[in-house]
Write a protein that binds this ligand. Structure first.
Ligand code: SF4
Length: 377
Protein backbone atom coordinates (compact mmCIF):
# COMPACT_ATOMS: atom_id res chain seq x y z
CA UNK A 1 0.00 0.00 0.00
CA UNK A 2 1.47 3.36 -0.93
CA UNK A 3 1.66 6.10 1.72
CA UNK A 4 -0.90 8.91 1.56
CA UNK A 5 0.59 11.98 -0.13
CA UNK A 6 1.70 14.75 2.20
CA UNK A 7 -0.81 17.55 2.51
CA UNK A 8 0.25 20.95 1.27
CA UNK A 9 2.06 23.04 3.86
CA UNK A 10 -0.02 25.95 5.12
CA UNK A 11 3.26 27.91 5.04
CA UNK A 12 3.51 27.46 1.27
CA UNK A 13 0.29 29.09 0.19
CA UNK A 14 -0.25 32.70 -0.82
CA UNK A 15 -3.27 34.74 0.22
CA UNK A 16 -4.63 34.73 -3.29
CA UNK A 17 -4.32 30.98 -3.74
CA UNK A 18 -5.85 30.33 -0.34
CA UNK A 19 -8.76 32.59 -1.18
CA UNK A 20 -9.40 30.61 -4.37
CA UNK A 21 -9.11 27.26 -2.58
CA UNK A 22 -11.53 28.32 0.16
CA UNK A 23 -14.06 29.63 -2.35
CA UNK A 24 -13.86 26.37 -4.28
CA UNK A 25 -14.66 24.54 -1.04
CA UNK A 26 -17.70 26.77 -0.47
CA UNK A 27 -16.28 29.19 2.13
CA UNK A 28 -16.24 32.99 1.82
CA UNK A 29 -13.01 34.33 0.33
CA UNK A 30 -12.44 36.82 3.17
CA UNK A 31 -11.75 33.92 5.51
CA UNK A 32 -8.34 33.54 3.86
CA UNK A 33 -7.09 36.74 5.54
CA UNK A 34 -8.27 35.46 8.90
CA UNK A 35 -6.55 32.12 8.42
CA UNK A 36 -3.23 33.73 7.52
CA UNK A 37 -3.52 36.13 10.41
CA UNK A 38 -3.64 33.12 12.73
CA UNK A 39 -0.69 31.58 10.92
CA UNK A 40 1.66 34.59 10.67
CA UNK A 41 0.55 37.14 13.26
CA UNK A 42 -0.61 34.86 16.04
CA UNK A 43 1.72 32.03 15.02
CA UNK A 44 -0.58 29.18 15.97
CA UNK A 45 0.55 25.61 15.41
CA UNK A 46 -2.74 24.01 14.41
CA UNK A 47 -6.11 24.74 12.83
CA UNK A 48 -7.96 23.87 16.04
CA UNK A 49 -6.40 26.98 17.62
CA UNK A 50 -8.12 29.29 15.11
CA UNK A 51 -10.96 29.86 17.49
CA UNK A 52 -12.87 32.56 15.60
CA UNK A 53 -13.29 30.37 12.52
CA UNK A 54 -16.33 28.13 11.94
CA UNK A 55 -15.76 24.45 12.63
CA UNK A 56 -16.58 23.54 9.02
CA UNK A 57 -13.84 25.84 7.75
CA UNK A 58 -11.34 24.43 10.21
CA UNK A 59 -12.27 20.95 9.03
CA UNK A 60 -11.66 21.94 5.39
CA UNK A 61 -8.30 23.43 6.30
CA UNK A 62 -7.25 20.35 8.24
CA UNK A 63 -8.27 18.16 5.32
CA UNK A 64 -6.27 20.09 2.72
CA UNK A 65 -3.31 21.59 4.58
CA UNK A 66 -0.87 20.75 7.33
CA UNK A 67 1.54 22.52 9.65
CA UNK A 68 4.88 20.95 8.78
CA UNK A 69 7.01 22.38 11.56
CA UNK A 70 10.72 21.77 11.09
CA UNK A 71 12.18 19.45 13.68
CA UNK A 72 15.09 21.13 15.49
CA UNK A 73 17.90 18.67 16.01
CA UNK A 74 20.62 20.84 17.42
CA UNK A 75 21.63 24.43 18.00
CA UNK A 76 25.26 25.50 17.93
CA UNK A 77 26.50 28.82 19.21
CA UNK A 78 25.74 31.30 21.94
CA UNK A 79 23.12 34.00 22.28
CA UNK A 80 25.37 36.92 21.36
CA UNK A 81 27.02 35.27 18.42
CA UNK A 82 26.21 33.31 15.30
CA UNK A 83 23.83 30.46 16.01
CA UNK A 84 23.36 27.50 13.69
CA UNK A 85 20.11 25.58 13.75
CA UNK A 86 20.13 22.08 12.34
CA UNK A 87 16.65 20.98 11.25
CA UNK A 88 15.31 17.62 10.20
CA UNK A 89 12.67 17.71 7.48
CA UNK A 90 9.69 15.39 7.15
CA UNK A 91 11.67 12.98 4.93
CA UNK A 92 14.61 12.92 7.35
CA UNK A 93 16.85 15.27 5.32
CA UNK A 94 18.92 17.74 7.31
CA UNK A 95 19.29 21.43 6.58
CA UNK A 96 20.62 24.36 8.51
CA UNK A 97 19.69 27.97 9.14
CA UNK A 98 22.08 30.43 10.72
CA UNK A 99 21.05 33.36 12.90
CA UNK A 100 23.52 36.22 12.91
CA UNK A 101 23.26 39.14 15.32
CA UNK A 102 24.32 42.58 14.17
CA UNK A 103 27.98 43.36 14.35
CA UNK A 104 28.40 46.14 16.97
CA UNK A 105 31.30 47.51 14.88
CA UNK A 106 29.04 47.97 11.89
CA UNK A 107 25.64 48.71 13.36
CA UNK A 108 26.32 49.95 16.91
CA UNK A 109 25.76 48.24 20.23
CA UNK A 110 22.06 48.98 20.28
CA UNK A 111 21.23 47.45 16.91
CA UNK A 112 18.49 44.86 16.98
CA UNK A 113 19.29 43.67 13.48
CA UNK A 114 18.96 39.89 13.29
CA UNK A 115 19.84 38.22 10.03
CA UNK A 116 18.87 34.68 9.16
CA UNK A 117 20.84 32.75 6.58
CA UNK A 118 18.36 30.43 4.90
CA UNK A 119 18.77 27.15 2.99
CA UNK A 120 16.92 26.46 -0.25
CA UNK A 121 17.98 22.94 -1.22
CA UNK A 122 19.13 19.71 0.38
CA UNK A 123 22.70 19.53 -0.88
CA UNK A 124 23.81 21.42 -3.95
CA UNK A 125 24.74 20.55 -7.51
CA UNK A 126 27.11 23.44 -8.17
CA UNK A 127 30.28 22.27 -6.45
CA UNK A 128 31.90 25.63 -5.69
CA UNK A 129 35.34 24.74 -4.45
CA UNK A 130 35.19 26.59 -1.14
CA UNK A 131 31.86 25.07 -0.11
CA UNK A 132 30.98 21.84 1.66
CA UNK A 133 27.31 21.90 0.68
CA UNK A 134 27.97 20.33 -2.66
CA UNK A 135 30.20 17.50 -1.46
CA UNK A 136 27.39 14.95 -1.56
CA UNK A 137 25.70 16.52 -4.55
CA UNK A 138 22.12 17.66 -4.77
CA UNK A 139 19.26 15.69 -3.18
CA UNK A 140 16.18 17.84 -3.64
CA UNK A 141 14.70 21.30 -3.65
CA UNK A 142 13.07 22.66 -0.52
CA UNK A 143 9.38 23.46 -0.82
CA UNK A 144 8.22 27.03 -0.19
CA UNK A 145 6.82 25.91 3.17
CA UNK A 146 10.19 24.49 4.21
CA UNK A 147 11.87 27.79 3.30
CA UNK A 148 9.31 29.92 5.17
CA UNK A 149 9.33 27.36 8.02
CA UNK A 150 12.99 28.11 8.78
CA UNK A 151 12.19 31.71 9.66
CA UNK A 152 9.16 30.80 11.76
CA UNK A 153 10.97 28.04 13.61
CA UNK A 154 14.07 30.09 14.39
CA UNK A 155 11.92 32.97 15.65
CA UNK A 156 9.99 30.58 17.88
CA UNK A 157 13.12 28.88 19.23
CA UNK A 158 15.17 32.02 19.75
CA UNK A 159 12.37 34.30 20.86
CA UNK A 160 13.86 36.92 18.53
CA UNK A 161 12.38 38.71 15.58
CA UNK A 162 14.31 38.30 12.34
CA UNK A 163 14.81 41.58 10.50
CA UNK A 164 16.93 40.50 7.53
CA UNK A 165 17.23 37.42 5.36
CA UNK A 166 20.12 36.18 3.27
CA UNK A 167 19.68 33.22 0.99
CA UNK A 168 23.20 31.93 1.48
CA UNK A 169 22.61 28.65 3.27
CA UNK A 170 22.66 25.20 1.75
CA UNK A 171 21.81 25.15 -1.95
CA UNK A 172 21.71 27.46 -4.95
CA UNK A 173 18.57 29.59 -4.43
CA UNK A 174 18.07 30.41 -8.10
CA UNK A 175 18.11 26.70 -9.02
CA UNK A 176 14.89 26.39 -6.99
CA UNK A 177 13.32 29.44 -8.57
CA UNK A 178 9.59 28.67 -8.32
CA UNK A 179 9.70 27.68 -4.64
CA UNK A 180 12.07 30.54 -3.84
CA UNK A 181 9.79 33.18 -5.34
CA UNK A 182 6.69 31.62 -3.75
CA UNK A 183 8.46 31.78 -0.37
CA UNK A 184 9.62 35.34 -1.00
CA UNK A 185 6.06 36.48 -1.57
CA UNK A 186 5.01 35.00 1.77
CA UNK A 187 8.06 36.37 3.60
CA UNK A 188 7.65 39.84 2.17
CA UNK A 189 3.86 40.32 2.21
CA UNK A 190 2.08 42.22 4.98
CA UNK A 191 -0.31 39.25 5.29
CA UNK A 192 2.70 36.96 5.71
CA UNK A 193 5.93 37.39 7.64
CA UNK A 194 6.29 41.02 6.55
CA UNK A 195 10.05 41.38 6.05
CA UNK A 196 10.89 44.29 3.73
CA UNK A 197 12.15 43.26 0.29
CA UNK A 198 15.23 45.43 0.64
CA UNK A 199 16.14 43.47 3.73
CA UNK A 200 16.24 40.25 1.73
CA UNK A 201 19.34 39.24 -0.25
CA UNK A 202 19.54 36.40 -2.72
CA UNK A 203 23.04 35.07 -3.27
CA UNK A 204 23.79 33.08 -6.40
CA UNK A 205 26.77 31.31 -7.87
CA UNK A 206 25.86 33.03 -11.13
CA UNK A 207 22.91 31.39 -12.92
CA UNK A 208 22.55 33.95 -15.68
CA UNK A 209 19.07 33.00 -17.03
CA UNK A 210 17.55 33.02 -13.54
CA UNK A 211 19.20 36.36 -12.74
CA UNK A 212 17.26 37.76 -15.68
CA UNK A 213 14.07 36.08 -14.42
CA UNK A 214 14.61 37.63 -11.00
CA UNK A 215 15.13 41.01 -12.68
CA UNK A 216 11.69 40.64 -14.27
CA UNK A 217 10.09 39.79 -10.91
CA UNK A 218 8.59 42.93 -9.32
CA UNK A 219 9.96 42.21 -5.85
CA UNK A 220 12.81 44.57 -4.90
CA UNK A 221 14.97 41.95 -3.18
CA UNK A 222 18.71 42.45 -3.36
CA UNK A 223 21.08 40.34 -5.39
CA UNK A 224 24.58 39.19 -4.53
CA UNK A 225 26.86 37.24 -6.84
CA UNK A 226 29.48 34.77 -5.63
CA UNK A 227 32.12 36.11 -8.00
CA UNK A 228 35.51 35.10 -6.50
CA UNK A 229 37.32 35.58 -9.78
CA UNK A 230 37.27 38.47 -12.23
CA UNK A 231 38.61 36.56 -15.21
CA UNK A 232 37.26 33.31 -16.61
CA UNK A 233 40.58 31.61 -15.96
CA UNK A 234 40.59 32.42 -12.24
CA UNK A 235 36.86 32.08 -11.66
CA UNK A 236 36.75 28.66 -13.27
CA UNK A 237 39.19 27.29 -10.69
CA UNK A 238 36.79 28.23 -7.91
CA UNK A 239 33.33 28.16 -9.50
CA UNK A 240 32.66 25.27 -11.93
CA UNK A 241 29.41 27.04 -12.93
CA UNK A 242 31.59 29.53 -14.79
CA UNK A 243 32.02 26.97 -17.59
CA UNK A 244 28.29 27.07 -18.22
CA UNK A 245 27.84 30.80 -17.68
CA UNK A 246 31.17 32.51 -18.35
CA UNK A 247 31.86 35.97 -16.99
CA UNK A 248 30.66 37.78 -20.13
CA UNK A 249 27.26 36.05 -19.92
CA UNK A 250 27.04 36.57 -16.17
CA UNK A 251 27.91 40.27 -16.41
CA UNK A 252 25.32 40.83 -19.13
CA UNK A 253 22.66 39.28 -16.88
CA UNK A 254 23.89 41.40 -13.94
CA UNK A 255 23.73 44.56 -16.05
CA UNK A 256 20.17 43.66 -17.06
CA UNK A 257 19.23 43.13 -13.41
CA UNK A 258 20.87 46.37 -12.26
CA UNK A 259 19.11 48.31 -14.99
CA UNK A 260 15.67 46.78 -14.46
CA UNK A 261 15.77 47.11 -10.69
CA UNK A 262 17.71 50.36 -10.51
CA UNK A 263 19.70 48.61 -7.85
CA UNK A 264 23.37 47.94 -7.21
CA UNK A 265 24.50 44.35 -7.14
CA UNK A 266 27.05 43.08 -4.63
CA UNK A 267 29.96 40.91 -5.73
CA UNK A 268 31.16 38.55 -3.03
CA UNK A 269 34.84 37.84 -3.32
CA UNK A 270 36.63 35.37 -1.08
CA UNK A 271 40.32 36.29 -0.97
CA UNK A 272 42.47 33.19 -1.46
CA UNK A 273 46.23 33.48 -1.33
CA UNK A 274 47.91 33.24 -4.73
CA UNK A 275 44.67 32.12 -6.37
CA UNK A 276 42.71 35.36 -6.72
CA UNK A 277 44.43 37.91 -4.48
CA UNK A 278 47.23 39.14 -6.75
CA UNK A 279 47.47 42.69 -7.99
CA UNK A 280 46.33 41.64 -11.46
CA UNK A 281 43.24 40.03 -9.89
CA UNK A 282 42.38 43.28 -8.13
CA UNK A 283 42.83 45.21 -11.37
CA UNK A 284 40.52 42.77 -13.19
CA UNK A 285 37.99 43.08 -10.38
CA UNK A 286 38.01 46.87 -10.68
CA UNK A 287 37.21 46.45 -14.35
CA UNK A 288 34.22 44.12 -13.95
CA UNK A 289 32.81 45.89 -10.88
CA UNK A 290 33.05 49.28 -12.59
CA UNK A 291 31.25 47.96 -15.64
CA UNK A 292 28.01 47.46 -13.68
CA UNK A 293 28.77 49.74 -10.71
CA UNK A 294 28.72 46.75 -8.37
CA UNK A 295 29.75 46.93 -4.74
CA UNK A 296 32.40 44.44 -3.66
CA UNK A 297 32.42 42.51 -0.43
CA UNK A 298 35.76 40.83 0.26
CA UNK A 299 36.01 37.95 2.71
CA UNK A 300 39.42 36.53 3.64
CA UNK A 301 39.30 32.77 3.10
CA UNK A 302 38.89 30.51 6.13
CA UNK A 303 40.98 27.40 5.79
CA UNK A 304 39.14 24.17 5.16
CA UNK A 305 40.46 20.76 5.92
CA UNK A 306 41.30 18.91 2.75
CA UNK A 307 41.86 22.03 0.67
CA UNK A 308 45.26 23.49 0.01
CA UNK A 309 44.13 27.08 -0.15
CA UNK A 310 45.29 29.65 2.37
CA UNK A 311 44.09 32.92 3.78
CA UNK A 312 46.25 35.85 2.68
CA UNK A 313 47.90 37.79 5.51
CA UNK A 314 46.49 41.19 6.42
CA UNK A 315 49.16 43.14 4.52
CA UNK A 316 48.23 41.28 1.35
CA UNK A 317 44.53 41.85 1.99
CA UNK A 318 45.24 45.58 2.46
CA UNK A 319 47.16 45.76 -0.81
CA UNK A 320 44.23 44.17 -2.63
CA UNK A 321 41.76 46.59 -1.08
CA UNK A 322 43.99 49.55 -1.95
CA UNK A 323 43.81 48.65 -5.65
CA UNK A 324 40.02 48.55 -5.46
CA UNK A 325 39.96 51.89 -3.69
CA UNK A 326 42.26 53.52 -6.22
CA UNK A 327 40.02 52.12 -8.96
CA UNK A 328 37.01 53.88 -7.43
CA UNK A 329 35.18 50.67 -6.45
CA UNK A 330 32.97 50.71 -3.39
CA UNK A 331 34.42 47.81 -1.42
CA UNK A 332 34.42 46.46 2.11
CA UNK A 333 36.33 43.69 3.79
CA UNK A 334 34.95 41.63 6.65
CA UNK A 335 37.50 40.11 8.93
CA UNK A 336 35.30 39.71 11.94
CA UNK A 337 34.01 36.24 12.73
CA UNK A 338 30.91 35.17 14.52
CA UNK A 339 28.88 38.35 14.19
CA UNK A 340 27.95 39.48 10.77
CA UNK A 341 27.42 37.61 7.60
CA UNK A 342 29.71 38.62 4.86
CA UNK A 343 29.96 35.38 3.07
CA UNK A 344 29.11 33.78 -0.17
CA UNK A 345 26.45 31.13 -0.15
CA UNK A 346 27.85 28.08 1.51
CA UNK A 347 30.63 29.95 3.28
CA UNK A 348 28.93 29.92 6.60
CA UNK A 349 29.15 26.24 7.07
CA UNK A 350 32.86 26.72 7.05
CA UNK A 351 32.89 28.65 10.29
CA UNK A 352 34.10 26.48 13.10
CA UNK A 353 32.39 26.87 16.39
CA UNK A 354 34.34 25.72 19.43
CA UNK A 355 32.97 22.51 20.90
CA UNK A 356 32.19 24.27 24.19
CA UNK A 357 29.86 26.58 22.27
CA UNK A 358 27.52 23.71 21.61
CA UNK A 359 24.21 24.36 23.26
CA UNK A 360 22.32 21.14 23.26
CA UNK A 361 18.91 22.49 24.09
CA UNK A 362 17.41 19.15 24.88
CA UNK A 363 16.56 18.28 21.31
CA UNK A 364 17.19 14.81 20.04
CA UNK A 365 20.77 14.19 19.14
CA UNK A 366 21.48 14.47 15.48
CA UNK A 367 21.79 11.08 13.97
CA UNK A 368 24.19 10.99 11.08
CA UNK A 369 25.12 14.64 11.43
CA UNK A 370 28.43 13.81 9.86
CA UNK A 371 26.74 13.14 6.58
CA UNK A 372 25.20 16.59 6.59
CA UNK A 373 28.59 17.96 5.54
CA UNK A 374 28.29 20.55 8.19
CA UNK A 375 32.02 20.78 8.18
CA UNK A 376 32.37 23.46 10.76
CA UNK A 377 30.31 21.86 13.42
S1 SF4 B 1 28.47 28.12 -2.61
FE1 SF4 B 1 26.24 27.96 -2.92
S2 SF4 B 1 26.01 27.34 -5.09
FE2 SF4 B 1 28.14 26.95 -4.51
S3 SF4 B 1 28.19 24.78 -3.90
FE3 SF4 B 1 27.89 26.03 -2.05
S4 SF4 B 1 25.67 26.11 -1.75
FE4 SF4 B 1 26.06 25.46 -3.88
Amino acid sequence: MSAAPLKESIHAISLERLRTRLKEAGHPGYRAEQVLEWVYQKRVAGFDQMTNLPAALRATLAQEFAFHALDPVRVLGAEDTTRKYLFRLADGALIESVLIPASPALYGEASDRRTLCVSTQVGCAYGCKFCASGLDGWSRNLGAGEIVGQILRVEALSGERISNLVFMGMGEPLANFANLTAALEILNSPWGVGIGARRITISTSGLAPQIRMLADNPMQVRLAISLHGATNEVRQQIMPVNRKYPLETLLEACAYHAERKKQRITFEYILIENVNDREEDAVALVKVASKIKAKVNCIPYNSVEGLEWNRPDEARQDDFMAVLERGGVSATIRREKGHDIAAACGQLRRQTLPSNAVADLGFAEAQGMGSAKDAGS
